[in-house]
Design a protein around this ligand. Structure first.
Ligand code: MSP
Length: 601
């Protein structure tokens, strides 16, 4: 018989859920029963006392075996966008990124480069840092797993699991992929032939080569957590997003969930954190890496304030580590689980996975030099769909940026601020008689549709940002920009006669309404294109303190209230908002870098 008991979910509603089913792994029942109780109490207390204005977002920490590529920037840009969005909403937001520096893969890469591992890691880690600062990734903490604070956190975390009896000494025999740093079951492995014609085994999921290994190591009682993981997911249907990936995790939990090897023999893997109390073993790199999220939160000291508000951004290839292993480790350690795991799909090139061997890796730094930082951020977030893979081509970037940033948004700002239409260079007055609340005078029904759409836009965008559907938020903004362009086009303000006071008032009203639309677009776009938004808002004379979510009140004059911008001088003209990208220039730049790379070889 199963007994329902009270459980307070992160959404504050108290509901009855079924007590997690007892695990078939009898050996850890005692520890688990205590844990379950502890978990519920812990979870409940953090929900009740959580600091609601704190937000903590993370990217995966990046492997330093090779230079950053477009996919890495994508993970970072999504997290940066959500961080900036939370700041606009008045949250205290912590945003962590960094590098994953231990493990066999890094050890081998350092050996191949003929460098000592730490020097090797520092070099590549600096390249990630450089990319992020070039692309305005406004992280608040950059963690490297080789740091002392992280060692301390991992050792502590390990000891907690050990003391609870959740880690035992055993032996592992099975497949291992160094490229994925992952243990695989026979059903996850396939036959393949390598480039030299040799028969090999590969991971079905990643296609990376696997090797048979047999080692004494420490095992984590993963299988004992299956029912708790299922309860967590069923009780929190938004814990893994989008829905497609949530279903994938549920599916995995229906399959076999064997205990997990969490260490490697030090003779094979010396580049990592030794198991506390056993210098012959090194902690498994994924256990080490996942704890980075806690390290940044302050663990093992005071960490609750941030940890109870954690959201992870991860690519689909590392879902299992984040949605099964990580929550199981946390449950074992009696810690709250992350609030959300946002999953994104991958960027491909010519329909193929990016890889060094195929020579199709897209360099994000080069792209951001050619298309500008904001251009690249806009492209990735507008075109990237979390549910499915996207293919990268320069052609797509050029088309999108020219249409939406240069022509549509830039064109609108340019038109409405042009001295010919706005000789006084001010935020002009709104005349309620020219734009009455019910259709009349010179207004037409489409004008009211536009007002409605822009008025509702912040709520629409908020909903999409909250669910990591940034592309949908951008789609909604773009549709409104198009409507405002049509509004201006429809009323041809350049044909009005300034000497006629009625015409002058109507002209001012058209520009006032257009500026109000632009102000809303500029404010909402800040998380995606911070530089362009800053340029746009500065040109409109909107001060830094007037750019947050609370300032998104649209067209106050139409609602009979005062507008703080009316009559204010515009900011100076610092040139076009976004210059059109020309195909020939892109080709020229690409050729230059190809030559540079060839010379280096
Ligand atoms: N080090 C691990 C993560 C540990 S987190 C505790 C790792 N590193 S990674 O460098 O291989 O990948 C980091 C992120 O980049 C992952 O989210 C991954 O999905 C993402 N991408 C790698 N290639 C990608 C594409 N081609 N496209 C989009 N993102 C992809 O995994």
């Amino acid at each position: 018989m199963r007994f329902p008991f009270l459980f307070i979910s992160r959404r504050w509603n108290v509901k009855a859920v079924h007590r997690p089913q007892q695990s078939p792994c009898i050996s850890s029942i005692l520890a688990l029963t205590r844990d379950q109780r502890f978990f519920v109490l812990r979870y409940t207390s953090t929900s009740l006392f959580k600091n609601d204005r704190n937000h903590y977002i993370t990217t995966p920490i990046f492997y330093v075996n090779a230079s950053p590529h477009l996919g890495h920037l994508y993970s970072a840009v999504i997290a940066d966008c959500l961080h900036r969005y939370k700041l606009l909403q008045g949250f205290d937001s912590k945003f962590a990124t960094g590098t994953d520096e231990h493990g066999l893969k890094i050890q081998q890469a350092a050996e191949a480069a003929g460098k000592d591992p730490l020097t090797f890691c520092t070099d590549v880690s600096e390249r990630f840092k450089h990319l992020f600062s070039s692309c305005n990734i406004a992280y608040t903490d950059y963690i490297r797993t080789t740091e002392q604070r992280h060692h301390r956190a991992v050792e502590h975390f390990w000891s907690v699991l050990w003391n609870k009896g959740l880690i035992y000494k055993g032996s592992y025999e099975g497949w291992y992929s160094t490229q994925d740093e992952s243990f695989l079951m026979p059903s996850q492995v396939d036959n393949a032939v390598d480039s030299s014609g040799k028969d090999i085994k590969v991971s079905l999921e990643s296609g990376h080569k696997v090797e048979w290994m047999k080692e004494e190591n420490y095992m984590f009682r993963l299988c004992a957590f299956r029912s708790q993981l299922l309860d967590w997911l069923r009780g929190n249907p938004r814990a893994v997003q989008p829905e497609r990936f949530y279903q994938t995790v549920l599916q995995w939990l229906q399959e076999d969930l064997p205990d997990l090897s969490v260490s490697r023999q030090r003779s094979r893997l010396h580049w990592g954190i030794p198991v506390p109390g056993d210098s012959e073993q090194t902690i498994y790199v994924w256990l080490d890496a996942l704890v980075n999220y806690l390290t940044v939160a302050g663990y093992p000291n005071k960490y609750d304030q941030w940890w109870s508000r954690a959201h992870h951004i991860v690519g689909k290839d590392i879902l299992k580590f984040h949605a099964i292993y990580w929550p199981a480790f946390l449950l074992g350690a009696g810690l709250p689980l992350p609030q959300t795991i946002y999953v994104h799909s991958h960027w491909t090139v010519g329909g193929k996975k990016m890889s060094k061997s195929l020579g199709n890796v897209v360099d994000p730094l080069e792209c951001s030099q050619i298309f500008t930082t904001d251009g690249m951020r806009y492209f990735l977030l507008r075109q990237g769909v979390p549910d499915s893979d996207c293919d990268y081509t320069d052609e797509k970037v050029i088309k999108l940026l020219n249409a939406e940033l240069a022509d549509s948004l830039g064109g609108l700002l340019n038109r409405c601020t042009a001295p010919a239409l706005n000789p006084a260079q001010v935020y002009p007055s709104f005349c309620p008689q020219s734009f009455p609340s019910k259709q009349g005078g010179r207004t037409v029904v489409e004008d009211y549709h536009m007002l409605d759409a822009v008025k509702n836009l912040p709520a629409t965008v908020e909903q999409h940002y909250e669910r990591m559907h940034v592309y949908k938020a951008l789609e909604a903004i773009t549709a409104c920009v198009r409507q405002t362009n049509k509004f201006v086009q429809r009323h041809t303000p350049w044909k009005l006669d300034r000497r006629d006071s009625k015409d002058q008032r109507w002209l001012d009203t058209i520009i006032h309404v257009s500026f109000e639309c632009l102000r809303i677009y500029g404010t909402l776009l800040q998380p995606v294109v911070p530089e362009i938004s800053n340029k746009l808002l500065s040109r409109l004379g909107v001060q830094p303190g007037e750019r947050n979510w609370a300032a998104l009140k649209f067209l106050l004059r139409y609602q009979g209230m005062d507008c703080p911008f009316e009559g204010r001088a515009l900011g100076s003209d610092s040139g076009v908002l976004f210059s059109r990208v020309e195909r020939q220039n892109v080709d020229k730049e690409r050729k230059k870098t190809t030559k540079k790379v060839a010379k280096l070889k």
